[in-house]
Design a protein around this ligand. Structure first.
Ligand SMILES: Cc1cc2nc3c(=O)[nH]c(=O)nc-3n(C[C@H](O)[C@H](O)[C@H](O)COP(=O)(O)OP(=O)(O)OC[C@H]3O[C@@H](n4cnc5c(N)ncnc54)[C@H](O)[C@@H]3O)c2cc1C
Length: 392
């Protein structure tokens, strides 16, 4: 059995873990940082719609001419349950990534800063080891142990690191969305737009999406709350959706996965350990997007860990700064978004159909999200209590 040591062990080579590793090394190049990823490659297999906002992603990698962009997006189109189309944002909206190239680009940056990225190696358990941690690992080199002064748990939606460390990472079942997605070729849609499609007959408690990877090819998927789905799995809902809206498309790739549409876990740190990204439920609960939020959390985690190690204080009390900074940066917004999600869940398809028609009454060039909301309030007074509670 191999035995090795490092200063910081990052568990998980997704966006959160790779940015955490990069930022730790960038803050202190003397630290030994090891990233362990259980899949055989970072970024694959893809379990994601791959949509990101352009502003958010640009904080981490330069998109100019980047090979990790599959498509630039310049508009957002909502489809109401009855099919009414609403075009909202126009401009520099975002990108559809190619995550098989995006994560390698993040990994290359982390490697340049000095981190070691090791794929095909899983952490199968952790235990306290003096002031640090000992992690049991399993990989192509056989079983081993890694002793680390700090662990950053960035092990995604099925995180075990938090649980092993005694943090409460349970998710209420109503806040766990089941998702299914195909890459579909040979279909017609606006390749510069992302489409979001709502409705109880489409994706109860969630939405369906069409995210273009190119002309005629898109990630088409849906996420829904299993409790509201008549016992039918997401895959069945997606088949029905594709049969109805894209019957001629060729389904070339398939993925399923869970998205936690909850708020940040109450405790993200303990002695010598930090959780970030999906592992700490740092996903936007309204959109289900977790790539950029995970990277923002990874950046905070890396910087906090480097400064805690420099101060020789990795106690939970010291690492709590990370939690507080995250809550001020995004965590408190997520709590507001969560309450909005809860409120919107109470409306039926008829409400969304009426809202879509109201919004279409606004001139397209004036259709900012703020105006849409203001109009919605005026024409649908039933929204007022929601606004009063959550926006004022
Ligand atoms: C169908 C679907 C569609 C989505 N669409 C979007 C979207 O369009 N836009 C968006 O922003 N978000 C989307 N998301 C969410 C997004 O994928 C995640 O929020 C994001 O990947 C979180 O990053 P992360 O680094 O926290 O976790 P992950 O990307 O999940 O990375 C965690 C990594 O840890 C590894 N790992 C786990 N356990 C261990 C272990 N014990 N040892 C070693 N390695 C381990 C995993 O293999 C994984 O690579 C979608 C999710 C799903 C399921």
């Amino acid at each position: 059995m191999s035995e090795e040591r490092c200063d910081v062990l990052v568990v998980g080579g997704g966006p959160a873990g790779l940015v955490a590793a990069r930022e730790t090394c960038a803050a202190d190049s003397g630290l030994e940082v090891l990233v362990l990823e259980r899949d055989r490659a970072v970024g694959a297999p893809v379990r994601c719609g791959e949509g990101v906002g352009s502003k958010g992603v640009s904080e981490f990698l330069d998109p100019t001419g980047a090979n990790w962009i599959a498509r630039k997006i310049t508009r957002v189109i909502f489809w109401a349950p009855d099919g009414t189309e609403v075009r909202v944002a126009e401009g520099d909206v975002g990108y559809i990534l190619d995550r098989t190239r995006f994560e390698p680009a993040l990994a290359a940056d982390a490697g340049r800063e000095g981190a070691e990225i090791r794929t095909g190696t899983e952490v199968v358990g952790i235990a306290r080891d003096g002031d640090g941690w000992i992690a049991r690992t399993r990989g192509p080199r056989g079983d081993g142990v890694v002793r680390a002064r700090v662990i950053i748990g960035a092990d995604g939606v099925e995180s075990m690191i938090g649980r092993w460390a005694g943090l409460d990472t349970r998710v209420p079942s109503r806040d766990m969305e089941s998702c299914a997605q195909y890459v579909v070729s040979g279909i017609e849609f606006d390749p510069d737009a992302i489409y979001l499609h709502f409705g109880d007959q489409i994706a109860p408690g969630g939405y369906a999406w069409v995210f273009p990877k190119g002309v005629g090819v898109a990630n088409v998927g849906l996420g829904m709350v299993a409790l509201k789905a008549d016992g039918r799995p997401a895959r069945e809902w997606l088949h029905a959706y594709l049969d109805r809206y894209f019957p001629t498309g060729t389904r070339t790739g398939y993925t399923v996965g869970g998205v936690i549409v909850h708020t940040t876990v109450k405790r993200t740190v303990t002695d010598g350990l930090i959780l970030c990204g999906d592992a700490a439920h740092m996903i936007n609960p309204l959109s289900g997007g977790g790539i950029v939020t995970g990277m923002k959390a990874g950046r905070l985690a890396g910087r906090t860990v480097a400064s805690a190690l420099a101060d020789r204080d990795t106690s939970a009390a010291r690492l709590q700064r990370y939690h507080n900074e995250w809550m001020a940066l995004m965590g408190e917004d997520h709590e507001r978004f969560y309450r909005i999600k809860e409120a919107l869940n109470k409306f039926d398809d008829d409400f969304y159909n009426r809202l879509a028609r109201t919004v279409n009454g606004i001139a397209p060039d004036k259709r900012t999200l703020g105006r849409v909301f203001a109009q919605a309030l005026m024409q649908h007074p039933s929204l007022l209590p929601v606004a009063a509670r959550y926006f004022v």
